[in-house]
Design a protein around this ligand. Structure first.
Ligand SMILES: C[S@@+](CC[C@H](N)C(=O)[O-])C[C@H]1O[C@@H](n2cnc3c(N)ncnc32)[C@H](O)[C@@H]1O
Length: 169
């Protein structure tokens, strides 16, 4: 469980470290991505938004595994976004990468509604105080029968938590 109650700062040095060493210190990284992908339907058009996408490694698994999905990926690092755009150029207009600050509220309105918000190794950047409003705002932007799966930070035993499904409410 995340007990963080203060905002941390992510800078270009953190980006460099994560891009260089992420494969070494993230356990079961591909398994986390495949588990998230496996929760989403393969067979019909689907609008996915990834929060804090980094250089686009989960994006690639989603775009390859869900051929009818389009993906809007957001991150707070221009360096990460440039890498994601370069890494995923082959997917053309199925992929879009935008700058955002996960702490802000201004990006949390989506039209048309989103079918799935996904994230991996990133939502620990939100404080405990921020999380209820954050999940409420995501919920309000979801289409019916939609979901919010997210991979947790360094949790190899239970790598993916299924945060919510609008159809259950
Ligand atoms: C540990 S990396 C995970 C990246 C990616 N999700 C992955 O699985 O490889 C954390 C990501 O969160 C982004 N990030 C950190 N603080 C942020 C903020 N306030 N707003 C948006 N993105 C932020 C970083 O730029 C970085 O890409």
């Amino acid at each position: 469980m995340n007990t963080c109650n203060a905002r941390d700062q992510w800078d270009n040095d953190a980006t460099d470290v994560f891009v260089t060493y992420g494969e070494a210190f993230v356990p079961y990284r591909q398994e986390q991505y495949k588990t998230i992908c496996g929760l989403l339907p393969e067979s019909h058009p689907y609008r996915v938004v990834e929060l804090c996408c980094g250089e686009g490694k989960l994006c690639r698994v989603l775009l390859e595994g869900l051929p009818q999905a389009t993906l809007q990926a957001c991150d707070g690092s221009e360096v990460m976004l440039q890498k994601a755009r370069a890494n995923l150029a082959e997917f053309g207009n199925r992929f879009q990468a935008d700058l955002f600050d996960v702490h802000n509220h201004n990006w949390r309105k989506f039209s048309p509604p989103v079918n799935a918000f996904v994230s991996s190794l990133a939502l620990h950047h939100l404080t405990l105080e921020e999380k209820p409003g954050f999940y409420r705002d995501l919920y309000d932007s979801l289409a019916p029968n939609s979901m919010v799966p997210a991979g947790r930070k360094l949790q190899p035993i239970q790598p993916v938590e299924f945060i919510g499904n609008k159809s259950l409410r």
